[in-house]
Design a protein around this ligand. Sequence first.
Ligand SMILES: Cc1cc2nc3c(=O)[nH]c(=O)nc-3n(C[C@H](O)[C@H](O)[C@H](O)COP(=O)(O)O)c2cc1C
Length: 172
Amino acid sequence: MDVHAAINSRRSTRRFKPDKVSKSLILKVFDAGRLAPTARNLQSLKFVAVTEDAVKERLRPHLNGQNYALEAPALMVICSVDNCRVMKCGEPAGTIDAAIALSFMMLRAEELGLSTCWMGNFDADGVRAALGAPETVKVVAISPLGYSDERHTLRMRKNLSEFVSFNGYYTE
Ligand SMILES: Cc1cc2nc3c(=O)[nH]c(=O)nc-3n(C[C@H](O)[C@H](O)[C@H](O)COP(=O)(O)O)c2cc1C
């Protein structure tokens, strides 16, 4: 599968088959995050895989009712280790680094026949504490990882022309 095919076929998946995802596959997905670019190449990221039921139960109260994620065989918790760095453009480097890493991982997962769903609706402090991470760590995103048990409907996207302008900012 080439990158374009992975971008095209990836969909947010919220229903998973019970089949386990092997540790070696999880590591392949995480390796795509390792290879992602980071600001000043600091690589201050940590990827936590949650596969054990007992740990999933510790996360449950902090997922704001999004319990579908706990049905997936694995959860990927993407953490920024040093989240106070703000770039000259005003954006937080750690959050952006983590977002790029998870984006790369989602495409790699797609290539490996696995499905994901970016989750931003959770209590970050609660998840951090449940995983035993220090207070300096920021949980930026979570995604379930597993084999899709979902049939997707048409993808809803605006037209490209609504996103794009050349040589200046304008709307059509
Ligand atoms: C930053 C971000 C946060 C999101 N948070 C959630 C979430 O908490 N729960 C959820 O089910 N989906 C979440 N989504 C998934 C979006 O709903 C989904 O990407 C969007 O509807 C487009 O669908 P698609 O990913 O299948 O193309 C999130 C996506 C992004 C990029």
